[in-house]
Design a protein around this ligand. Structure first.
Ligand code: ZN
Length: 431
């Protein structure tokens, strides 16, 4: 067993964080356990130098900070990541009854999953439900997670499609619907999922007004490789970076600037929600911190001008079966350390200035680091960094640890790289 405490902590974290809501809940519990106090956006805030606080938005984004020396213009050291991962969301009225009483569920794809990887796995359901609350504007939120496997998406037998291994296009509406069980009476169909959820939560089905529920693979995270070099798990993008940021925040204890961890939702669909990186949520939190320390707009702008952000979202490790997909001279390898992402057309916020900062931090932390640049004929992805700079005038770097199989239901990362990222992030917060 890889005995590294950070790797063990990552495995536990991944198994608890089965969707965006549960990732935020897991982070919240760890922050509470370490003395962080929750601030509610509706209340008046009071923060003090050295104080530890967190703010939750929509139960799916979370922002934690440790206040610096109390000078309102001291600035922020920010690490950002995202809580969401590609998956299947359950549609309203999802029950579909088929021959023999088999009940299947109508779902919608969230983000860009590799559809094939979801077949023939033990799946279950997690998310949040809204219950009747004190008034119409304030429904009560409850998180729900079925831990036992409940569903599977069976693949069509090869006998019905002999060409399946030569490539087989998939319909999200036809091929990807999961089977939930078998019912004896047609009357059971309507409201079946709501009754299941009500049972699980110990509430009445008629008290559930609505839900955000998604599917997840119940297979736990595990280490693989002759020397346990790798971790394989669902949702490593981007929860491995969220975990590294959180551990670094908990373990850092130096510096004058306020240390901030920002975990946004909805990166996989473009960040355009109120809890996403394109919203003003982080800018407003930073502004309120400056205000609590006695500063005004001038101090806020000075603080932002001296801030730095590490936008942490996973990168692609060179795939041994497909080296031709990668850049000939800048292809990150597993175990080669955190990856600085560069793009000539500015899809990433990294420039020579911010890369120099991050390389120096890695150097000081005694961890290796490497570059990712797209193969010039392959279009790459985008991430949080530039989206955030449209809201806050920040200097910063886009980076992330290298993965295999990004957006597969199980992704693979290097255990060494995870430890390196935590060391680099801790050095950043302490510098
Ligand atoms: Zn990501």
């Amino acid at each position: 067993m890889n005995g590294n405490k950070y790797v063990k902590s990552l495995i536990e974290f991944m198994d608890k964080s089965v969707c965006n809501f549960w990732a935020v809940q897991t982070i919240r519990e760890m922050l509470e356990h370490n003395g962080f106090c929750e601030l509610n956006a509706c209340d008046a805030w009071s923060v003090t130098p050295g104080g530890k606080y967190y703010v939750v938005k929509n139960h799916s984004a979370i922002f934690a900070f440790v206040v610096g020396d109390g000078d309102a213009a001291s600035g922020f050291k920010i690490i950002s990541a995202h809580s969401d991962s590609p998956c299947f969301r359950i549609k309203p009225n999802p029950e579909m009854l088929t021959d023999g009483g088999i009940l299947k569920l109508n779902t919608e794809v969230y983000g860009g999953p590799i559809l094939y990887t979801w077949f023939d796995r033990p799946l279950s359901i997690a998310g949040r439900v809204m219950l009747k609350g004190k008034d119409a504007l304030h429904p009560e939120t409850r998180l729900v997670r079925f831990t036992r496997p409940l569903l599977t998406i069976p693949h069509l037998a090869i006998h019905f499609n002999r060409a399946v291994n030569e490539g087989n296009p998939l319909s999200k509406q036809k091929d990807m619907l999961p089977m939930l069980g078998k019912i004896n009476d047609v009357a059971e169909k309507n409201g079946y999922v709501l009754r299941m959820v009500a049972n699980e939560l110990g509430v009445k089905a008629e008290d559930i007004i609505d839900f955000d529920l998604s599917l997840y693979d119940t297979t736990p995270a595990c280490l693989v490789g002759e020397h346990e070099e790798f971790i394989t798990s669902g949702r490593l993008d981007d929860l491995s970076m969220a975990h590294a940021a959180m551990i670094a925040l908990l373990e850092s204890n130096e510096g004058n600037m306020t240390r901030v961890m920002a975990i946004f939702d909805n990166e996989e669909t473009g960040s355009g929600t109120k809890q996403g990186a394109a919203s003003p949520v982080l800018a407003q939190i930073l502004r309120r911190i400056v205000g609590c320390l006695g500063g005004g707009e001038e101090e806020y702008l000075r603080a932002v001008a001296s801030s730095f952000m590490v936008s942490a979202d996973n990168a692609h490790a060179v795939h041994p079966n497909y080296p031709e997909k990668h850049d000939p001279t800048n292809h990150p390898v597993m175990g080669g350390g955190p990856v600085i992402k560069i793009n000539a057309n500015c899809k990433y916020m990294t420039d020579a200035d911010s890369a120099a900062v991050f390389k120096t931090l890695c150097d000081e932390a005694e961890v290796p680091c490497q570059y990712f640049v797209n193969h010039s004929d392959v279009a790459g992805g985008s991430t949080l960094g530039n989206i955030l700079t449209s809201q806050i005038d920040l200097r910063g770097v886009d980076m992330g640890n290298a993965l295999w199989g990004m957006h597969s239901v199980r992704e693979t990362a290097s255990t060494d790289d995870h430890v390196y990222a935590i060391k680099a992030f801790t050095r950043f917060y302490n510098c």
